[in-house]
Design a protein around this ligand. Structure first.
Ligand SMILES: [Fe+2]
Length: 115
């Protein structure tokens, strides 16, 4: 049995400033705002270049990890949502937040932010 991910390889763009529009519209963008002793994490797919949101081409889900632990998953409808999600989290300083998004045509895309 192969060790390859079932959904295919995870695309990761090292330098978004040098990325193509195709890469920019798929790579998750993470922001964090302080909220009392917690933080609000917002993940946007298509931050600089909008990703299509149509029945035949859409972001179907976004997952959020804290270090290697999955902490949230959002399943998205292609016609009634935009691929932008926010959640309140309580994690230690230095935690690596990782967002993974799935495009139904172009697979998995990931980005990280250390808080
Ligand atoms: Fe796509």
């Amino acid at each position: 049995m192969s060790d390859a991910p079932i959904l295919g390889p995870v695309n990761h763009v090292a330098d978004l400033s040098a990325a193509s529009d195709f890469e920019k519209k798929h790579t998750p963008h993470l922001t964090v705002e302080a909220s009392d002793d917690k933080m609000v994490v917002t993940v946007t797919v298509g931050h600089e270049v909008s990703h299509p949101n149509q029945p035949d081409h859409y972001i179907g889900w976004i997952e959020l990890y804290a270090n290697d632990a999955g902490i949230a998953r959002f399943d998205l409808s292609p016609v009634a949502t935009d691929p932008v999600v926010s959640i309140v989290v309580a994690v230690d300083a230095g935690t690596v937040l990782r967002a993974v998004a799935h495009c139904n045509l172009h697979g998995l895309w990931a980005a990280e932010l250390t808080v």
